[in-house]
Design a protein around this ligand. Structure first.
Ligand code: G6P
Length: 605
């Protein structure tokens, strides 16, 4: 989703800004732009294509300057169109880039229109630009401070103005913004990754902060204009986006990285100990009597999968909530509830909002499961577990999902141990299952050629149903989500027992029904559900454990998985569904890594 890079350098800042945008591309965007101050006036280039094309245009125009701001935009207010792309100008004096959503922009627009401001875009951002212009009296930071005090909603902004050429001002509330410092140069970005080429020193701004960047240094003040101290931190360079190697897309590469990612996330022979989650007191989890899992999209499905583990292994009642619903719903808080926000990016606005909402209800046992150690959700949580998936570039999440599952399983066993429900023998057995997971996943990935053959068939349909039962129902949901995200085929995940209560009406000989069939206690029931589909001539595609005793017959195609892998079986079963979605999308020729309308890091509500 939207990305900001801005800075005041002692050289032409444009290459830094464009490299930063390139690094933020994976978040998803539909337009991009850059503006610099040159010869006493702001100049900009905006593009509806990729950052690569913007770069070409910028070079052709010879756009250069020491002070600049740049942006990738994921449309919210106003269609992806040049006039809505950022940077947005006010009166050719103020230039701004903005992430987030301003909820009261309509009311502000009316007031500003009344004051004579004309609007050239449909964006909420233009309201901020004009508001800053209206308050500007020679001090940009003060004008920004006054302007943002009128905003309701979420924002991260970077602004420059033509009268103060050696100054860039940033502000944030609800959307992330960091300062990067390199000697006399300073930069702003929505993610340190964008600046990893120029610095490893960062200041993470907090909600309400206003940052004033100039060659004289960096000042941070709060919304009252009082100076505040924000410590600079040295970060080991965030890993840059790796090369594709032998793979066609990042998604395929990331699917194949899963055996390594899961073993890094829980190294062999690790202890199931509270210290794994950053808790110094070994008794930290002892009084936990309820779990609340929060997440969006794929992270919500990892929560649904893990609910079964928390209840069966740790015997703790577990509630799963979609972040955007939970934060606006009346709920019953518990003071011994462990609140677990799950997020690959750690920046998802809804999950961050849900976490803060849970905290506002007095629930302060919070533990983030996240793939980014420096993210807002990790910083907002008391404890955390950082998954070791490495950077995930494909918008459709794969290795972030399976490593989240490993983390959640480890948490369930740790809690089970702390509560006396997991004895030493069971603990050893769980550890050995985790240790063998990487090899088991390699065995599943070896099925890719068979899956490609199925993908060619599925690619011809407009609709598909995914079925699973018990702990594999969320895997069916995830399989359907992957397929719709990247191949644009309509897909629904259902608990197989629910089939007869509605979706069976959709089954014809043209409807593919994909089933995830582990050899668990529900297998016989699942087989009956498969028969219900076959009786209506539905085309059944089953991923069945080798010991599930299912084989190819008319109307029934089976790919044999390894033997049943116990409680961790959902992790094995999601891989073929990822591959099926991936190869179906390739067959249909979609932009697999950057599917239309979607973003990797969703920093607005
Ligand atoms: C976006 C991504 C999904 C992800 C969801 C939640 O929609 O495209 O892949 O599952 O956000 O993101 P999070 O970073 O919180 O896991």
């Amino acid at each position: 989703m939207c990305g900001i890079v801005a800075g005041i350098a002692e050289r032409n800042v444009v290459p830094v800004l464009l490299e930063g945008l390139r690094r933020l591309e994976y978040r998803g965007y539909d337009s991009c732009g850059v503006a610099v101050l040159r010869d006493g006036a702001p100049h900009r280039v905006r593009s509806l294509t990729r950052v690569r094309s913007l770069d070409r245009e910028v070079r052709e125009m010879g756009l250069e300057g020491w002070t600049g701001i740049a942006h990738t935009r994921w449309a919210t207010h106003g269609a992806p169109a040049t006039q809505n792309a950022h940077p947005i100008f006010s009166q050719n004096e103020i230039a701004i880039v903005h992430n987030g959503i301003i909820e009261n922009f309509e009311a502000l627009k009316i007031t500003l229109s009344g004051a004579g401001y004309e609007f050239a875009s449909q964006t909420d951002t233009e309201v901020i630009a004009h508001l800053i212009h209206s308050y500007y009296q020679g001090d940009l930071a003060e004008a920004v401070r006054r302007a943002v005090s009128e905003l309701r909603g979420a924002y991260a902004i970077a602004v420059f103005c033509k009268s103060e050429p050696e100054r860039v001002v940033g502000a944030r509330y609800g959307s992330p913004l960091v300062i990067g410092i390199n000697g006399k140069e300073s930069f702003l970005a929505s993610d340190p990754l964008a600046l990893s080429d120029v610095t490893d020193r960062f200041i993470f701004l907090q909600d309400g902060d206003i940052a004033d960047l100039s060659h004289n240094g960096t000042r941070v003040m709060n919304r009252d204009g009082q100076p505040v101290v924000r410590e600079a931190r040295t970060l080991a360079h965030p890993p840059t986006e790796a090369a594709l190697g032998p793979y066609r897309h990042f998604m395929q590469k990331e699917i194949f990285e899963q055996p390594l990612a899961v073993s890094k996330t829980f190294p062999r022979n690790s202890a199931f100990d509270a210290s794994l989650f950053g808790a110094t007191d070994p008794q930290a989890f002892a009084q936990i009597d309820r779990i609340l899992l929060l997440g969006c999209g794929t992270s919500h499905y990892s929560a649904l999968t893990a609910k079964a583990w928390f209840e069966s292994i740790a015997k703790i009642p577990t509630q799963v909530e979609i972040s955007s619903e939970y934060r606006y719903r009346e709920t019953i808080p518990g003071k011994n509830t462990l609140v677990v926000p799950i997020s690959q990016s750690g920046e998802t606005a809804d999950t961050l909002g849900a976490l803060m909402h849970a905290q506002s209800l007095g629930q302060d046992h919070t533990l983030a499961i996240c793939n980014v150690a420096t993210s807002a959700i990790v910083r907002q949580s008391r404890w955390s577990f950082i998954t070791q998936a490495g950077p995930e570039i494909g918008v459709a999440s794969t290795k972030a999902f399976t490593t989240q599952l490993v983390a959640l399983f480890v948490l369930a066993v740790t809690l089970g141990r702390a509560r006396g429900y997991v004895d030493a023998q069971q603990e050893a057995s769980y550890r050995s299952q985790l240790s063998g997971l990487s090899t088991a996943l390699q065995g599943v990935l070896a099925r890719e050629p068979q899956i490609i053959a199925w993908a060619h068939e599925i690619a011809r349909t407009d609709s598909a149903i995914f079925l699973g039962r018990g702990s594999h129902f969320p895997i069916a949901l995830e399989g359907a989500l992957k397929l719709k995200e990247i191949s644009y085929i309509h897909a629904e995940g259902y608990p197989a027992g629910e089939l007869k209560h509605g979706p069976l009406a959709l089954v014809t000989d043209a409807m593919p029904v994909v089933v995830t069939a582990p050899n668990d206690g529900l297998l016989e029931k699942l087989k009956s559900n498969i028969q219900e589909v076959r009786a209506r001539r539905g085309q059944v595609y089953v991923f069945a454990d080798a010991d599930a005793n299912l084989s190819n017959e008319e109307g029934l195609r089976v790919i044999q998985m390894p033997e049943y892998y116990g409680a961790l079986s959902p992790i094995l079963h999601v891989l073929p569904l990822q591959l099926l979605a991936y190869h179906t999308a390739c067959t249909r020729g979609t932009d697999v890594d950057k599917p239309r309308n979607l973003a990797k890091s969703v920093t607005v509500e």
